[in-house]
Design a protein around this ligand. Structure first.
Ligand SMILES: Nc1ncnc2c1ncn2[C@@H]1O[C@H](COP(=O)(O)OP(=O)(O)OP(=O)(O)O)[C@@H](O)[C@H]1O
Ligand SMILES: NCC(=O)N[C@@H]1O[C@H](COP(=O)([O-])[O-])[C@@H](O)[C@H]1O
Ligand SMILES: [Mg+2]
Length: 387
């Protein structure tokens, strides 16, 4: 069997699983890596390697063993120094090792966006002690948001409304950060009208954009997303110009999920993922080519056609509520009976945890409101039964 390309996937969750399916449809061989056996992407890949992605030695060993054409990060927490080294030796890291390294650290990507590229962001300051947090909050004003510079999915993040809450926010951030260097970003709280993910594809043919995705977050993690998000032409043009500036600076080919807060006609840059975005799972039902198909095409150097929307669509997450390894899903038939354009993805994670995302419901309808209602209802009908 001759493959079109060999891909080493670093991180094998739900996003990697869909990406693997897309890449395999284009003839690629995918080796799925993650810290535990039976991860979602491993179940559909050609081979698997189990090691912590923060272990630089093991990462290098996997690259040298498989000799992939592309090393594709799927999660944020990777030993990015190893990626930079490997890239220097000629291995191809997607989109670039620098993009992976910069976006893993909120301070690096924020400094690039705000200070070097001059993009509009919330007011912010970095802090490495409680005293510095207090000083930073004096600069941003209250309310403010305190986040570890290394964390994702809202971990360690809190919104502070009164000065007396700053100490607890600092302690919480340090307790829930990744890495061994206590450092946080203190950000002005943005009272936005809505927030979006602008999926931006950088490929051989240039930069293209998917229609904007609106989403709703709880505790820093996404609960539902919808596409298209109705935006003023001015706000969309601003967001697109900022997304283009940042992906052109980071370079390489692939999809990026660029996050913005929108207030009136102003777009405020927040952060980005140089890979498919969780809120972009809606594209599995809304677009002819999903964010995973687009990532695979861009990486493999294939053409990206005009990105068309099939119709207003939404996604809603299916979450677990406790730790378990013995559980089953019920209610799939009821969920799919919600409507003809309703679908479900069950990720196949081997264990549940409180708030772990186990699946997602997808819906397409005549309006975004109708699609959101259908997706939420379908997600509600899928029950995780613990035994
Ligand atoms: N400065 C802010 N003002 C208002 N809301 C904010 C601010 N920063 C973050 N949030 C809210 O918290 C959510 C998560 O924040 P952010 O994207 O920075 O965290 P994250 O841990 O990187 O999440 P993920 O990895 O899921 O993207 C945002 O989508 C937004 O809803
Ligand atoms: N916001 C980032 C994101 O959604 N990442 C997705 O979640 C997986 C980890 O899930 P887990 O924590 O349930 O193992 C990751 O592998 C990726 O697919
Ligand atoms: Mg985010």
């Amino acid at each position: 069997m001759t493959f079109t390309a060999k891909i080493l996937l670093l991180g094998s969750g739900e996003l990697g699983r869909e990406f693997t399916i897309s890449a395999k449809r284009l003839g690629a061989c995918v080796i799925a890596c993650d810290s535990y056996e039976g991860a979602p992407a491993m179940q559909v890949a050609d081979a698997a390697e189990v090691f912590p992605m923060l272990d630089g030695e093991r990462l290098r060993a996997a690259v040298e063993k498989h000799r992939p054409d592309f090393v594709v990060p799927e999660i944020e927490a990777i030993r990015t120094e190893a990626l930079v080294e490997l890239e220097g030796e000629g291995w191809h890291v997607v989109p670039t090792a620098r993009a992976a390294a910069m976006t893993m650290n909120r301070d690096a990507i924020r400094s690039l966006a705000a200070e070097q590229l001059g993009l509009r962001t919330s007011r912010y300051r970095f802090a490495e002690s409680l005293d510095e947090v207090i000083a930073a909050a004096g600069h941003t004003g209250l309310p403010c948001v305190v986040k570890p510079v290394m964390s994702s999915s809202g971990k360690g993040q809190s919104t502070v409304r009164g000065e007396d809450e700053l100490a607890a926010a600092w302690t919480y951030a340090v307790a829930n950060m990744r890495g061994d260097r206590p450092r946080v970003i203190v950000e002005q709280f943005v009272d936005f009208d809505y927030e979006i993910t602008l999926l931006t594809v950088r490929s051989r043919g240039g930069v293209s954009f998917c229609p904007p995705i609106g989403h709703r977050q709880e505790h820093g993690d996404y609960r539902e997303s919808w596409q298209p998000m109705a935006m003023s032409p001015a706000a969309l043009a601003e967001a697109q110009a900022m997304a283009r500036a940042v992906v052109d600076d980071l370079g390489g080919y692939g999809i990026f999920g660029v996050e913005f807060f929108i207030k009136g006609d102003e777009a405020i840059f927040s952060e980005l993922s140089p890979r498919p975005h969780d809120t972009g799972m809606v594209t599995s039902i809304s677009q002819d080519l999903s964010e995973f198909d687009l990532h695979a095409r861009a990486i493999l150097g294939l053409p990206i056609p005009e990105i068309a929307l099939r119709g207003p669509s939404a996604s809603a997450v299916i979450l677990a509520d406790r730790d378990a390894t013995a559980f089953r899903f019920e209610g799939l038939a009821d969920a799919l009976a919600t409507g003809p354009q309703v679908d479900v993805r069950i990720f196949g994670k081997p264990a549940t945890r409180p708030n772990r995302r186990m699946g997602v419901a997808l819906a397409r309808a005549e309006s975004v409101e109708a699609a959101r209602a259908l997706a939420s209802e379908a997600a509600r009908r899928v029950r995780i039964v613990y035994s």
